[in-house]
Design a protein around this ligand. Structure first.
Ligand SMILES: *[C@@H]1O[C@H](CO)[C@@H](O)[C@H](O)[C@H]1NC(C)=O
Length: 357
């Protein structure tokens, strides 16, 4: 089994923990992702002492370890969340020079780039999402169905339909990540801010779904429950935030006597500087080009690109190689009496472009 630090790193960043090895979550990269409650391998909470052992394997603070031990199923949820966050990051950055391949390249997490900001946000979003799902699937012992007041949710509860428990998971998450008091440095402030952007993105994607019951769908009785939007949508939102991320510096708030994030004024704004909006991703340093291998990325050599759309920017002006390959597809299809379609297999040449070294 080849360890895959990338997955551990997504978790690492999500928890803002000190450097750790791949054994962190014991990931192999072949874990079954369980985006839907009740499907996949993680359906049952770890039995007996197994989860205590898993918590000990995680490099957590003492308080976090306590929370983990008290919460069967949490270690698995952390692992699932790391996987979900990483897959989404790789999807969203599939056409970018930096394609979210973290394997062996940990430098990025210690910097203040836009990419670092995205990683923090997507990680906390993935954890919020996964935790809420785990709650409503009954995989966590200490959280039950969303007990927010209101007839609708009580009805939903009676019908045995349980909303994704977002309230519990955000509360748990802020408790778990903790809020250290005192004069945090700029990096810590920015990380905390970006983490919060991720949580908020999941929260604002919450939808109420209703189902009608009664004679032939007369809707005499209606059951409603809250539902998380698909994580892909959250990923898209965060990618847009990445595209419009705000560069910040620090300023000491005299009244509060602590460091605050400070964004240069937006166009047309009369003030000299502003606190970044709560939905903005913030960064402190301009990113490297990611063209050549470095401690931040493997570079773009060998990346497949589209000649019309991405080769010129992706290949950083080095040019691209063209290869042809044959692809099979169905053709000359005819409807046969009765009732199926018969096709032939045709072969077509397709050109593949890859960035030069
Ligand atoms: C990212 O790009 C590198 C080449 O620069 C490639 O080896 C790697 O497989 C890519 N990762 C993903 C997730 O596409």
């Amino acid at each position: 089994m080849r360890p895959q630090p990338a997955l551990a790193l997504a978790g690492l960043c999500l928890l803002a923990l000190p450097a750790a090895a791949a054994s962190y979550f014991g990931l192999t990269g072949r874990e079954v992702l369980t985006p839907f409650p009740g499907l996949g391998t993680a359906a049952a909470p770890a039995q007996g002492g197994a989860h205590l052992k898993q918590c000990d394997l995680l490099k957590l603070s003492r308080r976090q370890k306590q929370l983990c031990r008290r919460e069967p199923g949490l270690a698995e949820t952390l692992r699932d969340a790391a996987h979900l966050g990483l897959l989404e990051c790789q999807f969203q950055f599939r056409h970018e020079r930096w394609n979210c391949s973290l394997e062996g390249r940990t430098g990025l997490l210690k910097r203040g780039f836009k990419e670092t900001a995205f990683l923090y946000a997507v990680s906390s979003a993935a954890l919020t999402h996964t935790l809420a799902r785990a709650c409503s699937a009954g995989r966590m012992e200490r959280c039950t169905c969303d007990d927010s007041p209101g007839l609708e949710s009580r009805q939903a509860w009676q019908w045995g339909v349980c909303g994704d428990n977002l309230k519990y998971s955000t509360k748990f998450l802020s408790n778990f990540l903790g809020s250290k008091r005192g004069n945090k440095d700029l990096r810590a402030r920015a990380d905390a801010h970006n983490t919060h952007v991720g949580i908020k993105a999941v929260k604002s994607g919450l939808r109420t779904t209703c189902k009608c019951h009664g004679v032939s769908g007369s809707c005499a009785v209606r059951t409603c429950w809250k539902q998380l939007s698909p994580f892909r949508e959250t990923g898209q939102v965060l990618k847009l935030r990445y595209d419009s991320a705000v560069k910040v510096s620090s300023a000491t708030n005299e009244a509060l006597g602590r460091l605050e994030l400070w964004a240069p004024s937006r166009q047309g704004s009369p003030t000299k500087g502003l606190a970044p909006r709560s939905g903005d991703l913030v960064y402190m340093e301009d990113s490297p080009s990611f063209c050549r291998p470095s401690k931040y990325s493997p570079g773009t050599a060998g990346r497949v690109c589209s000649r019309e759309a991405s080769c010129s920017s992706l290949c950083c002006g080095r040019g691209y190689d063209t290869q042809s390959r044959l692809v099979a597809f169905s053709c000359h299809c005819q409807v046969q009496w009765c009732c199926y379609v018969e096709c032939q297999q045709c072969v077509q040449e397709e050109l593949v472009y890859t960035c030069k070294h």
